[in-house]
Design a protein around this ligand. Structure first.
Ligand code: PLP
Length: 400
């Protein structure tokens, strides 16, 4: 009898791993690789938040906490949703997990029966489909093209909903495209959902604070209060607060759902670390004055990258509203051959040849469910970005 469970056969290892491994190999050989693959801010956690974490350790806050977090942190989450999103929750409706990733996982595990369908607009964050598969559900993809600014149209949503649809996952601003939904975009999606009361919405708002050019962030339950009772609003500290390693994410939603998510967590991780919770208390209640400065840097980098990529032959790059990614099309490069003799038939070929020949690491669009594209994270130094884009231009100019 095999030791590995049947459910594992549906799950693939992280698709970004092959490129990361190859980049690591080349780096070890002394090649000057520029890594644009990581979905992680290059900024540090702000000092006042670090201090709160340190103080918690010194004060002996090093023991178990309630599964759903210390009461002060739950209250801080309630206050954040009220203050920033005009959403009113009770503290009992707060779930706190080990990163946004675990919150999503808990929600999916707590709700899917075998064969339940989850609509995932593509391109998508790589973990959504595999989480659905682990839970025995069925991911249903809807391609949202560059012409649609990578956003789900009401027509496509309507055509994808079936009796088995349990969730729609929304992610705005998006990883991997940076595209963000306006209030009008969300209303159009909501109008379809109002006709299908069996469909719930899981909105992943991890990049809420990383928006540029005066884009006004909105979340779906705020735009359409009639969806409030079937929306799980997920957020976290990893991206805006540069706290990826602290591991904390949170969500609010209907009480039964939150209780089920808490139950799953009580039988797995128990809770996120106690000192992390105190640092997050400071993140949520403390000043956000570090953000405009950081966002100005991100915006400058975004503009440089978009401009330089659009100068590369065969590449077309939209200007995204938020996050720290761009998702350029390489349709104009497909069918060509690189300087090193590699035939570019897919975006994986493109990314591999770019790494081998120009030492730039990025991620193929295939990993995110929409080709031919590739993802670049611009959460890295401006100089490195300029150099990487120059190398990409050279790579494209040498395609024949
Ligand atoms: N959701 C999206 C869209 C992400 O890009 C990420 C991280 O890359 C997460 C969730 C998970 O974040 P965390 O590090 O808090 O688990």
């Amino acid at each position: 009898m095999p030791i590995i469970a049947d459910r594992m056969s549906a799950i693939k290892p992280s698709p970004t791993m092959a490129v990361t491994a190859k980049a690591g190999e080349l780096k070890a050989q002394g090649v000057d690789i520029i890594g644009l693959g990581a979905g992680e801010p290059d900024f540090d956690t702000p000092d006042h938040i670090k201090e709160a974490g340190k103080a918690a350790i010194d004060a002996g806050k090093t023991k178990y906490t309630p599964t759903n977090g210390i009461p002060e942190l739950r209250q801080a989450v309630v206050d954040k949703f009220k203050r920033e999103n005009d959403l009113t929750y009770d503290v009992s409706q707060v779930h706190i997990g080990v990163g946004g990733k675990q919150v999503l996982f808990n929600a999916i595990m707590a709700t899917l029966n075998a064969g339940d369908e989850v609509i995932i607009p593509a391109p998508y964050w790589v973990s959504y489909p595999d989480m659905v598969l682990i839970a025995g559900g069925k991911p249903v993809f809807v391609e949202c093209t560059e012409d649609e600014q990578f956003k789900l149209s009401p027509e496509k949503l309507e055509a994808t909903i079936t009796d088995k649809t349990k969730w729609l996952i929304l992610n705005s601003p998006s990883n991997p495209t940076g595209a963000a939904y306006t209030a009008d975009d969300l209303q159009a999606v909501a109008d379809v959902l109002l006709k299908h009361p069996q469909v719930w919405v899981m909105t992943d708002d991890m990049y809420e604070h990383l928006v540029y050019d005066d884009f006004e962030f909105k979340t779906i339950a705020q735009v359409e209060p009639n969806l409030f009772d079937r929306t799980l609003t997920i957020n976290g500290v990893s991206k805006a607060f540069a706290m990826t390693g602290w591991r904390m994410g949170y969500a609010c939603g209907p009480l039964d759902l939150i209780k089920a998510m808490n139950n799953i967590q009580s039988q797995s991780a128990s809770h996120t670390s106690s000192m992390t919770q105190y640092a997050c208390l400071e993140a949520l209640n403390g000043p956000l004055d570090f953000l405009p400065e950081r966002n100005a840097v991100y915006k400058e980098r975004r503009d440089i990258v978009v401009e330089m990529l659009n100068q590369a032959e065969g590449i077309n790059c939209l200007t995204p509203e938020g996050a720290f990614y761009v998702y350029p099309s390489i349709a104009g490069c497909i069918g060509k051959t690189s300087k090193g003799g590699k035939k570019i038939a897919t975006d994986s070929d493109f990314v591999t040849a770019l790494l081998e020949e120009e030492a730039v690491a990025s991620v193929q669009g295939e990993a995110f469910g929409l080709s031919p594209h590739f993802r670049i994270s611009y959460a890295t130094s401006t100089d490195a970005l300029k150099e990487a884009c120059t190398r990409i231009q050279l790579f494209c100019a040498n395609l024949t």
